[in-house]
Design a protein around this ligand. Structure first.
Ligand code: NDP
Ligand code: ZN
Length: 354
């Protein structure tokens, strides 16, 4: 029978959160039920709620950075038992048969089921609802194992911010001594800095504020550039091996392309509103020394588990601010993210849900 769930939803395009009760599909034989402990706030949630990426459907329960505890398992489940800890990121299922799924890149499967705001074709087109809620049910294959002795409130952001930065850094084969740029020093950016520093790269951080200079240094960056300060930008052209952009707003990507060395690579993960999408003209690529550009979306399930184990083994965690599970607290947090006031990820303590 269906599983009752409650949390917070946006009911209309007004962006207001309201307490919300709904039902999730019944536990399948290969599925687990997770009681949510913590759910964090990704800027993608804010883009969705604000309709930055096209028309949205409501009610919408956002949240795709989830850490919780397994409370029920289907009869064929082998990966988890009741009482284990499990994480959920941006997706809950995929076809399992296409080239992307076979390559461990389920996020690019055309039938991928996203954690919220998607139709689950494997469950009668049920509309999925995310982590700002007290539970979630999904196939064990898409749940990430969390060791019991980890600090659960810091684990949730790894499931999206962690994997989205870990994946392209490793795909680009960033190595010790490389000069790496991290553009946008927020939830994703501060994870990118830590992964690159761990590899032994020399990291330069780019953001639009003076407030985060000391934080960049503290996390191991060698240089901090306030892009609004022209002095800061001097001498950077042709100097970086790899740049990752996590910027969520309109900006000129071409200033970063020029900073790459010959053969350097730039990964785009920040996804600004469609109406303000940054553009790289083809001529800029042709005139510019075999510099390479790629986009990257989260990471596959196998790599997400690898990232999680790696992060814990190397003591790499997000810096988090815990907020209570109330509509008001979530709305304030959203505004603070937009105003650049969060360091570095808001995590909703779902255990405080009334
Ligand atoms: P945050 O808001 O936490 O961080 C964004 C950072 O970028 C902030 O520090 C912000 O500055 C800074 N910034 C804004 N404008 C500029 C600019 N012009 N130049 C330099 N820095 C700038 O967001 P998240 O890290 O959570 O998400 C970032 C983006 O990544 C979003 O668009 C999100 O949707 C996307 N995303 C993509 C994924 C993927 O799979 N590709 C997965 C997850 C997220 P300030 O501190 O002043 O606000
Ligand atoms: Zn996210």
């Amino acid at each position: 029978k269906t599983i009752p769930s409650k949390g917070f939803a946006v009911l209309a395009a007004d962006g207001k959160f309201k307490p919300f009760e709904f039902n999730r599909h019944a536990l399948g034989d290969n599925e687990i039920l997770i009681e949510t402990l913590y759910a964090s706030i990704c800027h993608s949630d804010i883009h969705h709620v604000h309709g930055d990426w096209g028309k949205e459907e409501f009610p919408m329960v956002p949240g795709h950075e989830i850490a919780g505890r397994v409370s029920k398992v289907g009869k064929n489940v082998t990966k988890f038992k009741v009482g284990d800890y499990a994480g959920v990121g941006c997706m809950v299922n995929s076809c399992g048969k296409c080239d992307f799924c076979k390559a461990g890149l389920e996020q690019y499967c055309k039938d991928v089921v996203l954690t919220y705001h998607d139709k689950d074709q494997f469950h009668d087109n049920e509309v999925t609802q995310g982590g700002y809620s007290n539970n979630i049910v999904l196939t064990e294959n898409f749940a990430i194992k969390l060791p019991a002795n980890t600090d659960m409130k810091k684990v949730a952001p790894l499931l999206c911010a962690g994997i989205t930065t870990y994946s392209p850094i490793h795909y680009a084969q960033v190595k010790k001594g490389d000069k790496v740029g991290v553009a946008g020093f927020g939830g994703l950016g501060h994870m990118a800095v830590q992964y690159a520093v761990k590899i032994g790269a020399e990291v330069t951080v780019f953001d639009i504020t003076e407030e985060k200079r000391a934080d960049a240094k503290r996390l191991g960056a060698v240089k901090y550039v306030n892009v609004n300060n022209p002095e800061d930008l001097k001498g950077l052209d042709n100097s970086l091996n790899f740049i990752i952009s996590t910027i969520p707003a309109s900006y000129d990507p071409n200033i970063y392309l020029k900073m790459l060395k010959i053969d350097g690579q730039m990964a785009f993960v920040g996804l600004p509103p469609y109406a303000k999408m940054p553009i790289i003209p083809i001529d800029k690529l042709i005139w510019q020394g075999n510099r390479k550009v790629f986009g990257s979306q989260i990471g596959g399930i196998k790599e997400t588990q690898e990232m999680l184990d790696y992060s814990i083994a190397n003591n790499i965690y997000p810096e988090v601010e815990i907020i209570p599970a109330t509509s008001k607290a979530i709305e304030v947090a959203y505004q603070n993210v937009l105003d650049g006031k969060v360091k570095f990820r808001y995590v909703i303590d779902m255990k405080t849900l009334k």
